[in-house]
Structures are given as C-alpha cells and as structure tokens.
Design a protein. Structure first.
Length: 112
C-alpha cells in the first residue's frame, strides 16, 4: 500500500490514459485514494483548504481514472485518467502549459 508523508499525503501525477500527456500534479491522502477507487473519479486532498475535493466538482471537468500506479518507494502515484474537458483551472488542457524560457514563462504550443 502507499506510504504517506508526515502530513498524511503523497504526490499524485495525473497522466492522460491514452496520450501519455502529463495533465496535473496534486496530493492525495488515504481518503482521496479510497474515494477515487470507490467512484472511479479522481479525488484529491486540498492542502490550502485542508479537505477532500473531487476534481471537476465545480467545472464538470472530472478525471475518469483508469489505473493507479504506485512507485517503487510507495510514496508517489501516477493516476492514468481520461479527462472530461480541460484539466487546468485556467482552462488549459494540461496544468503544464508553459515552458521556462530564460527568465520567463512561454506558453507551450498545443502540439506539445
């Protein structure tokens, strides 16, 4: 089973189940993992609010989980999911939509 840090959390990288694109990074606690496995929809732990949240609860852009992978140290997850719309709260397809270019951030083209 996953091993949580002192705060009861672990990192979860969300990857598109078909394309392999990295969509987002979030944190999960045991409740988030349990709810995700129970519903098939990605749930995470909000560090700022200190509570469970369903990804897409407000926007409708949920993540339909296909597989949960656990790393060799059991302290990080890869969530393979299919998104119902944009993943990022900004409306971008992925939360990783900018590249560090010198001292600035440049939007990544949709083809990357």
């Amino acid at each position: 089973m996953p091993k949580f840090d002192a705060a009861g959390l672990l990192s979860a990288v969300v990857q598109h189940a078909e394309s392999g694109e990295i969509l987002m990074l979030a944190f999960m606690d045991s409740e988030a993992i349990e709810k995700t496995r129970e519903t098939g929809l990605a749930h995470f732990h909000s560090r700022s609010r200190g509570t469970l949240w369903l990804k897409g609860e407000t926007s409708g852009n949920v993540l339909r989980v296909k597989k949960i992978l656990v790393d060799c140290d059991q302290d990080a997850l890869v969530i393979k999911a299919l998104p119902d719309g944009p993943t990022c709260h900004t409306g971008a397809r992925s939360c990783f939509y900018r590249v560090l270019d010198g001292d600035s951030l440049t939007p990544v083209g949709e083809d990357l």
